[in-house]
Design a protein around this ligand. Structure first.
Ligand SMILES: *[C@@H]1O[C@H](CO)[C@@H](O)[C@H](O)[C@H]1NC(C)=O
Ligand SMILES: *[C@@H]1O[C@H](CO)[C@@H](O)[C@H](O)[C@H]1NC(C)=O
Ligand SMILES: *[C@@H]1O[C@H](CO)[C@@H](O)[C@H](O)[C@H]1NC(C)=O
Ligand SMILES: *[C@@H]1O[C@H](CO)[C@@H](O)[C@H](O)[C@H]1NC(C)=O
Ligand SMILES: *[C@@H]1O[C@H](CO)[C@@H](O)[C@H](O)[C@H]1NC(C)=O
Ligand SMILES: *[C@@H]1O[C@H](CO)[C@@H](O)[C@H](O)[C@H]1NC(C)=O
Ligand SMILES: *[C@@H]1O[C@H](CO)[C@@H](O)[C@H](O)[C@H]1NC(C)=O
Length: 564
């Protein structure tokens, strides 16, 4: 009842209006006619636009071609005969397709593109910076440079949209090569930074020429036969290679190692690991001391600047203990402050750069490699992969929780002369899969006794009681890296193997082995692997269904971009 009463009431105001004058009723009828005409028009317009839409849809689906997704070879090898190589593998966009490409360096008398060192006016053997296509390993460009190689870095400086550079420090020069064309952009004497060390410090444009600039820190670590040199910072124009401003003496004493950290607010700081402890200094302060007019473009981190500094502007972060090494923890969430892993002879510590305090400390044995990172659990904090040397050619691989310093996983593997650092690839499920290297002893032959075989291992955090072992034919690994060559897909690993360029002299190159760069899809290793209990072949028999279960879990994985 209440409903009807209300509906009557609602209609009444309209009634009232229409009854006010007789005309209003007629007008109502006229309006009705107009509406019907209007609706014809509306229908026509609707149909017309509908057909236009259809035409557009058809045009896009049939007439205009879809962008073609690049086809890639799951596995490729790039072989350079009679050469030696260095621990340098850069992944980045060289050609304009969606797949990232690979840049590496080898030393030889001849290039792969019909160039010889002598022909290029360089002493033989010389260096070749070679960029190969990520899809199939075919040469994109090759740049001969004078040996001796010191260090290289790719994807720095330049204008953001067109033309990152590869910077190579070799013999007397610092050479900037356009990463897309392989053409030398500039070549400058290295004399201001003869002891320059990686990583090169990346900066915004400081000289107003529209390209990002760089700085190189020069020092000699206090390792006994060498006498320490003053720690100096030199700013270079990314566009011309000209030195910007003055050379700055950082005045930090004997520096062992350094890092650049960028806070979430975009402030650039330098961390210096010295005999006296760990210090940080703002690049704004150093640029200011270099008398660069645009030094004010460099931001300050106010919470850090509140800390006491000494006269040189160094902010002490960690006082005691001889720090041996430090690494920025990779793969944290993009918005949080970077963490830094500090390493002494017997401990590792996590420095939280937000609070500038040590989050946790963990005792370790002697480490074989620089720690690497990945997500073993799903807490969004990067976990740390350590390799402890247990002696007797055995290493203990430990995954440490980045949040607490607690051990999450541990397994023992044999290792011989070489032991590349572990690596990981992030999946869309917020955990990573890990790849390790080691050796296995197999009771292969009664006459030959125990033989050793080189192998790679895959670890899935959800099936952490087993490892997938692939007996790997690759020997003499100089550099190893995992990568996603396309956005969110194409998870692979790259292995650069051959003679060590730092150890081979000219005479050694004549009969040298080839240098081989191999790309393999990670999932392709799964079917070629055997499933082992952690701890090696004796680790326990694995049930057949478990084996298939683990393989399927790997096959199902989808990969994700790592945040730096
Ligand atoms: C290599 O150089 C030779 C002689 O200069 C030339 O005949 C040949 O076409 C070149 N090959 C390539 C692939 O450039
Ligand atoms: C260093 O660069 C200069 C200028 O480009 C060049 O003349 C010289 O040959 C280079 N030296 C070496 C060893 O590459
Ligand atoms: C600042 O601290 C560093 C590191 O201990 C030291 O080498 C330097 O001499 C100090 N500078 C001054 C002016 O005290
Ligand atoms: C780490 O080592 C120190 C000194 O050797 C020792 O006092 C401490 O108990 C150790 N901590 C752990 C957790 O084992
Ligand atoms: C080293 O390994 C061999 C073979 O596995 C074993 O016989 C030997 O006892 C080990 N030595 C030590 C010190 O652990
Ligand atoms: C044992 O070694 C010999 C010589 O290398 C080889 O021919 C033979 O196949 C091996 N036997 C086994 C069971 O691996
Ligand atoms: C190559 O030789 C250099 C110089 O001795 C050494 O530091 C480096 O570790 C070697 N690299 C590999 C992968 O063995």
């Amino acid at each position: 009842m209440a409903g009807t009463v209300e509906s009557v009431r609602e209609e009444e105001p309209l009634k009232g209006v229409s009854e006010e004058g007789g005309v209003s009723n007629d007008r109502h009828c006229a309006d009705g006619l107009g509406v019907s005409k209007l609706s014809t028009w509306r229908t026509a317009t609707f149909l017309l636009s509908f057909f236009i839409c259809l035409i557009i849809v058809f045009a896009f689906s049939f007439v205009l071609p879809c962008p073609v997704r690049p086809q890639y070879q799951p596995t490729w090898n790039r072989i350079v005969p009679a050469a030696a190589t260095y621990d340098f593998l850069a992944v980045g966009h060289v050609n304009p397709d969606q797949v990232q490409d690979v840049v590496f360096i080898y030393k030889s008398a001849e290039g792969t593109m019909n160039q010889s060192c002598i022909g290029e006016g360089l002493p033989s053997p010389c260096l070749f910076l070679l960029a190969v296509d990520g899809t199939d390993g075919v040469t994109l460009w090759e740049r001969p440079l004078a040996a001796v190689y010191d260090w290289a870095v790719c994807g720095v400086g330049g204008v953001k949209t067109k033309g990152k550079i590869c910077l190579v420090a070799h013999t007397d020069n610092l050479t900037a090569v356009n990463m897309h064309t392989g053409v030398i952009i500039w070549q400058r004497p290295r004399s201001p930074v003869i002891n320059g060390h990686l990583p090169v410090i990346l900066l915004p444009d400081l000289d107003g020429d529209g390209t990002d600039d760089i700085a190189v820190l020069s020092y000699i670590p206090p390792v006994p036969p060498r006498t320490p040199a003053p720690t100096e910072l030199v700013f270079f124009s990314g566009k011309s290679g000209d030195v910007i401003g003055l050379k700055v003496n950082v005045d930090a004493g004997a520096v062992r190692t350094h890092l650049q950290v960028t806070t979430p607010s975009g402030a650039h700081y330098l961390l210096l690991c010295t005999d006296g402890g760990l210090y940080t200094v703002g690049l704004w302060r150093l640029a200011d001391r270099a008398e660069i007019s645009m030094a004010s473009k460099l931001k300050k981190e106010n919470s850090w600047e509140k800390k006491p500094t000494n006269i040189s502007g160094l902010i002490p972060l960690y006082g005691s203990g001889a720090l041996q090494h430090m690494v920025v923890v990779k793969g944290g969430s993009g918005s949080s402050s970077p963490s830094v892993l500090l390493q002494t002879a017997s401990t590792i510590m996590l420095l939280n750069t937000n609070t500038l305090s040590i989050s946790w400390t963990k005792n370790t044995s002697q480490l074989i490699n620089i720690p690497s990172f990945g997500h073993f659990n799903k807490d969004g904090v990067s976990d740390i992969v350590l390799e402890e040397n247990l002696g007797n050619e055995t290493k203990r691989v430990v995954i440490v929780d980045g949040q607490t310093g607690r051990e999450l996983w541990a397994g023992s593997l044999l290792f011989g002369t070489q032991s590349p650092s572990p690596a990981s690839v992030l999946t869309i499920y917020s955990y990573s899969v890990f790849m390790l290297w080691g050796e296995t002893r197999t009771q292969s032959n009664v006459t030959r006794g125990i033989s050793e075989e080189w192998a790679s291992y895959l670890l899935h955090p959800h099936y952490s009681s087993v490892l997938l072992e692939r007996r790997n034919p690759v020997q003499n690994i100089i550099s190893f890296k995992t990568a996603l060559l396309e956005r969110g897909r194409h998870a692979c690993y790259l292995v650069l193997s051959g003679a060590n360029g730092s150890l081979t002299d000219e005479a050694g190159l004549g009969g040298a082995e080839p240098v081989v760069l191999t790309k393999r899809k990670i999932k392709d290793d799964v079917s070629q692997s055997v499933v082992l209990g952690v701890g090696g072949p004796e680790g326990g028999a694995i049930a057949r269904d478990m084996e298939n279960f683990v393989r399927e879990a790997f096959e199902r994985l989808r990969f994700n971009e790592e945040m730096i």
